[in-house]
Design a binder for this molecule. Structure first.
Ligand SMILES: O=C1C=CC(=NNc2ccccc2C(=O)O)C=C1
Length: 129
């Protein structure tokens, strides 16, 4: 929808796919994440995501954050925080950093449970789109 740069289908460098819904009035959104990454060697599955973004009607290049609850078997979640940029070419880019939290067996192992990284999403065009 024109009022929300995040709505639609996105792809990242790992070729995962993310479908974001239309925005609600308070900047909320939900969606589905089809990961190409599997920690436990499982098959790629769709995981739910929920997030919030600044209103594109109020700011250019809105910031956003969302959390993906991965498949229960990996007992992990990843939260992405980032900003939507439109390049001079018109290409839209979601530039994010993420925190991946995996379950560990005890508090003593908590120190190694969270990873951080950067991730870029670009809109996935339908063929000829
Ligand atoms: O079961 C699991 C657990 C973790 C996962 N992390 N994916 C990510 C973490 C950071 C950035 C991109 C991705 C991705 O899947 O594209 C995926 C499936």
């Amino acid at each position: 929808t024109p009022n929300s740069p995040l709505s639609g289908l996105w792809r990242n460098e790992q070729d995962s796919l993310m479908e974001i819904s239309a925005l609600t009035d308070d900047g909320g959104f939900q969606g589905e994440y089809l990961t190409r990454v599997t920690l436990a060697g499982g098959c790629p599955r769709v995981s739910p995501l929920k997030g919030a973004q600044q209103q594109p009607s109020e700011v250019a290049s809105p910031t956003f954050a969302f959390t993906v609850r991965w498949d229960v078997f990996s007992n992990a979640t990843t939260t992405f925080a980032g900003q939507c940029f439109v390049e001079a070419s018109g290409r839209e880019v979601l530039s994010t950093m993420w925190l991946l939290r995996e379950a560990v067996g005890s508090l003593e192992e908590d120190w190694k449970a969270t990873r951080v990284g950067r991730n870029i999403f670009t809109r996935k065009r339908a063929p000829g789109g």
